[in-house]
Design a protein around this ligand. Structure first.
Ligand code: TYD
Length: 134
């Protein structure tokens, strides 16, 4: 089964422009408790490099693009987030990294819970150990 899970998102709108609506427990598979976004990122400065013990997130580039790399401890996949209707789920215990941000990138993230540093696994070897004993 692929690590990359796209959401089923419809682009609405007309000649005035596009509109995309995201709704709790409808096209977003959880109730959103937190929204954050990355701006002013650098093409040569990747981010992420962690997994979450419990948190589920949805990530979408509402502008520009970046390369999302995902790893469940046994397989690795990557996907370009390069369209505002190309939203993916970052499930719990998925090591993820964002690379090659375009200059105009705005990466929007919806999260199933509030920020909690205790939920982060920031060491890759520790992540592999936890996966092994899960
Ligand atoms: P981090 O999640 O490490 O960023 P990235 O995965 O994009 O590289 O977060 C960077 C810093 O911001 C870190 O000190 C934690 C803080 N932070 C918050 O305070 N609240 C949040 O909702 C998030 C996502 C991060």
């Amino acid at each position: 089964m692929s690590l990359i899970k796209f959401l089923d998102i419809k682009t609405l709108g007309d000649e005035r422009g596009h509109l995309i609506a995201l709704e709790n427990d409808k096209n977003i598979p959880f109730a959103v408790k937190r929204v954050y976004y990355l701006t002013d990122t650098q093409p040569c400065v990747p981010r992420g490099f962690h997994a979450h013990k419990e948190l589920t997130q949805v990530a979408v580039c509402v502008s520009g693009r970046c390369l999302m790399k995902m790893d469940d401890g046994s397989s690795k996949e990557e996907v370009w987030l390069d369209a505002p209707d190309k939203a993916i789920v970052i499930g719990k215990m998925i090591w993820h990294e964002m690379h090659e941000f375009s200059a105009d990138c705005v990466l929007l993230v919806l999260a199933s819970d509030f920020y909690d540093e205790q939920d982060y696994i920031r060491n890759y070897d520790a992540f592999l150990e936890l996966i092994k004993h899960a």
